[in-house]
Design a protein around this ligand. Structure first.
Ligand code: AKB
Length: 316
C-alpha cells in the first residue's frame, strides 16, 4: 500500500479491534497505533505503537511525517456520560483533534480521514423511530453538540478543500474484547459481565429505554467498507446513519434469560436515562445501504450468543 495508516485512540473500545483488523488487511507494520495510554497486549505487540495526545498537533504531525502516514482514523473522543462531567475538556479533545487532522489533510499531508460521529447528534426534537438521515438535529449533550459540529466541519472541509473525509454515526457498540468507557449505551455490555458473574444486573437505564445498537464486528465492517468504497460512492460527507439492532434493557434481559434462566434485572435509572431519552430508538440507514452497500450481519439473538461466549471466555 502507498503510505501507512494511523489510528488515533487505538486503545479504546473500537480502536483496539479496528487496529487489529486493519493490520490483518494491510500488514502489521503498515498500521501505526497511537493513544494517550498503553492498551491491550495484542495491540501493543503486533505492530508500531506511539504514545500520542490527540490534541498535540505538532507531535501528531511529526508521527505522520516519520511514518509516512496517508490515512488517519481519529477514534479518540470523550463519550456522552463522561463529557457531561467535564464539558470543556470534552469539547477541547473532541474538536481540537478533529481540526488538527482535517487541517493536515487540507495541507496535503494525508489523503484520507475517518472520523466517527454518533446517534448523539440527534436530540429530543428529532423523530425517534426510524430516524431519517436528514432531519431535525438539536442535541442536548456536550458529546452530541461536539459530534454535530464535527459533522458540519467535515462536510465543510470536503466542499471547500476537497478533503476526503468519511464518517458514520455509530449507535451503541457492543463488544467483549475491550471495555467501553463513559457511554450511555455501556449498560448493554455491563449486563453480560454481571449476568455471567452474579446472574443479576442493575441497569442505569429504565426498562423501556430503546436505543440503536450494533455488535462490534458489524461496526468494524462498516468502517472498513466506507473507507474502501470508491470516493464517488460516498455521497454524504457529513456522516451516514447506520443501524443494526434496536432494543430496550428489558428486551435484552429477556434474551439473556434464554441462556441463563435465573438471571434477574433491576432498574435504577440515573442521569444517563435523560441522555438516552434524548436519542432515537431506531435509525433509518437506507442511504448507507444504497450508497456503499451497508448490510449488518448480527441480530439480537446472534449478538447475545456471541457476547455470552466471548465474555464467558474472558472470565475463565
Ligand atoms: C455513548 O453512549 O456515548 C456512545 C455513543 C452512542 O456514541 N456509545
Amino acid at each position: 500500500m502507498a503510505g501507512r495508516i494511523l489510528i488515533i485512540g487505538a486503545c479504546g473500545q473500537i480502536g483496539t479491534e479496528l487496529t487489529l483488523k486493519l493490520r490483518e488487511i494491510h500488514g502489521d507494520q503498515n498500521v501505526v497505533a497511537s493513544d494517550i495510554r498503553e492498551g491491550a497486549k495484542e495491540l501493543m505487540q503486533s505492530g508500531p505503537f506511539e504514545i500520542l495526545n490527540a490534541t498535540d498537533e505538532s507531535h501528531l504531525k511529526e508521527i505522520i511525517e516519520r511514518y509516512e502516514v496517508k490515512e488517519v482514523y481519529l477514534m479518540a473522543a470523550m463519550l456522552s456520560a463522561t463529557a457531561e462531567k467535564a464539558p470543556m475538556k470534552a469539547w477541547e479533545l473532541n474538536m481540537d483533534s478533529l481540526f488538527h487532522v482535517l487541517n493536515l489533510a487540507k495541507d496535503g499531508k494525508i489523503d484520507k480521514v475517518f472520523w466517527p460521529s454518533s446517534i448523539a447528534v440527534f436530540g429530543p426534537t428529532t423523530p425517534k423511530d426510524k430516524t431519517p438521515q436528514t432531519t431535525i438535529m438539536e442535541p442536548t449533550t456536550v458529546y452530541g453538540i461536539s459530534k454535530q459540529t464535527g459533522e458540519r466541519w467535515c462536510e465543510y472541509f470536503y466542499n471547500k478543500f476537497g478533503v476526503d473525509v468519511r464518517s458514520i454515526r455509530y449507535p451503541g457498540i457492543i463488544s467483549y474484547k475491550t471495555l467501553p468507557g463513559g457511554g450511555t449505551t455501556d449498560y448493554a455490555i455491563e449486563i453480560f459481565h454481571e449476568a455471567l458473574k452474579n446472574s443479576e444486573y442493575t441497569s442505569f437505564l429504565d426498562h423501556d429505554a430503546a436505543l440503536p445498537m450494533m455488535y462490534m464486528d458489524d461496526a468494524i465492517k462498516a468502517t472498513v467498507d466506507i473507507m474502501e468504497a470508491p470516493a464517488e460512492k460516498v455521497k454524504i460527507r457529513s456522516s451516514y446513519n447506520l443501524a443494526a439492532i434496536s432494543f430496550t434493557p428489558e428486551i435484552l434481559a429477556e434474551e439473556i434469560k434464554k441462556h441463563i434462566d435465573n438471571f434477574k434485572i433491576n432498574y435504577e435509572p440515573d442521569f444517563r436515562q435523560q441522555i438516552a431519552e434524548s436519542w432515537p430508538s431506531s435509525i433509518d440507514d437506507s442511504s448507507a445501504r444504497e450508497d456503499w452497500g451497508w448490510d449488518p450481519e448480527f441480530d439480537l439473538e446472534k449478538m447475545v450468543e456471541t457476547m455470552l461466549e466471548g465474555v464467558g471466555n474472558t472470565l475463565k
